[in-house]
Write a protein that binds this ligand. Structure first.
Ligand code: AAL
Length: 407
């Protein structure tokens, strides 16, 4: 065809679009912050697709949840996760006993499974179990992440002691091994503890009844998620202050002058995997999110912020790994994801991202036990997967009618 090329038509139209126009606030933002005609032009945007996993699917009486980062040793993938033994269904904090769990992460141990293809998994057994009676981890160990570093393996996980009540403090414990199959050497003290405490009202047993809040992580340090950066071990974690959680709306007053987030993300850095982990002075590094999830991306750090807070359902990035900016909005992100991200621990300064991982489906009325599934996406520099760059994702009747507040 002679005459004008498609390219010229496009450019002419674009010029026309802006000619002499005053821009609205949204258009200013669009040009300054987003600047994309197609979602595929935003490397931080992805949609997610989900697939069943063989060997880690739903099982009556067994909860499998909170998968770790997935590592690959030779031709074998490894994932670590929270697992309850065949037991009765959880009954809540008030009715829980020495043998009856409060929730699906109570009375659990860390198990692991292996796979050759990332889809068919074989549960191998326990990696780390609860500590001896009277220890900081005698009630439950759960929500692990695995760090592979200088030929050794380090499992970081949440831990609680008996009795487990809504006021129990959560800490992060660690065990290490020469091999991904164990045996694991358990540290008998936590590697990370809650920060400066507030004060609970003594005449009550409720988590929400406090006289003071304390630091942003005065109650719980949760969901350790690790990267190696600047030759150091960077542990991001979810934090809760004392005084929130069990009652909504939050109690008013108590000298509170500014709002603060119930869910936030902290960062603690160590020179070596055994610690000491030093909390970053500008914590919390995110005022939103659940289940901390980070990966090295280009010369900075990316994070997926899900489920809670004003910036939920976004992907953010920080050149310094500390001051995150919103880079995309996502829907239906994986819950409690564990990533297969090959350079998470290589101290890279050009992180490549990832395309898949494992997430969990939490318990529901019809399926009272948590189980795990696989997800695919495109948050990788290497590939350009247009299927996972689509927008306009809608939900069918089944998803809508079954959607509810997660537990
Ligand atoms: C999850 C995580 C932590 C909590 C519980 C189990 O979503 O945030 O692991 O303790 O729920």
């Amino acid at each position: 065809m002679g005459g004008i090329s498609t390219q010229n038509i496009l450019h002419n139209n674009l010029d026309g679009y802006y000619d002499g126009k005053k821009l609205s606030a949204s258009m200013e933002r669009y040009l300054e912050q987003w600047g994309q005609t197609e979602p595929s032009q935003n490397e931080f945007y992805t949609s997610f697709s989900y697939y069943p996993l063989k060997g880690l699917e739903y099982e009556e009486g067994v909860s499998r949840r909170d998968p770790s980062t997935i590592i690959k040793i030779k031709d074998t993938y490894y994932v670590y996760y929270t697992r309850s033994s065949k037991t009765v269904a959880p009954v809540g904090y008030k009715k829980a006993t020495k043998t009856v769990p409060a929730n699906t992460w109570d009375l659990c141990d860390i198990y692991y499974a292996t796979s050759k293809d990332g889809i068919n998994w074989e549960e191998q057994g326990v990696s780390v179990s609860r500590g001896p009676e009277g220890s900081f981890d005698d009630r439950s160990v759960f929500t692990p992440d695995i760090l592979q570093y200088e030929g050794k393996y380090y499992l970081y996980y949440q831990a609680v002691s008996y009795p487990y009540t809504e006021r129990s403090k959560n800490v992060i414990g660690m065990s290490w091994s020469e091999s991904p199959d164990g045996p694991w050497h358990r540290f008998d003290t936590p590697v990370l503890k809650p920060g400066k405490p507030g004060k609970f009202v003594e005449s009550s047993t409720k988590r929400a009844h406090i006289e003071s809040y304390g630091d942003f992580d005065s109650h719980k340090v949760h969901d350790p998620n690790l990267i190696v950066r600047n030759s150091e071990i960077w542990m991001y974690y979810k934090a809760h202050p004392m005084g929130v959680g069990s009652e909504h709306p939050m109690p008013k007053g108590v000298g509170l002058k500014k709002p603060y987030p119930n869910f936030s993300m902290g960062l603690a850095i160590a020179k070596n995997p055994k610690g000491p982990f030093i909390k970053h002075p500008i914590n919390p590094v995110s005022a939103s999110g659940h289940e901390a999830l980070v990966w090295p991306y280009k010369d900075g750090v990316a994070t997926m912020i899900t489920a809670n807070g004003p910036e939920k359902n976004t992907i953010q990035w920080a050149e310094d790994g500390i001051n995150f900016e919103v880079k995309s909005h996502i829907i239906l992100p994986p819950d409690a994801a564990g990533l297969f991200c090959e350079d998470k621990y290589t101290n890279t300064s050009n992180g490549q991202g990832f395309t898949w991982g494992i997430s969990h489906i939490t318990q529901s009325k019809s399926k009272p036990w948590a189980y795990m599934i696989r997800f695919q996406c495109d948050l990788s520099q290497k590939i350009d997967d247009l299927k996972h760059k689509r927008e306009n994702i809608r939900f069918d009747e089944h998803s809508r009618l079954n959607s509810t507040r997660r537990r």
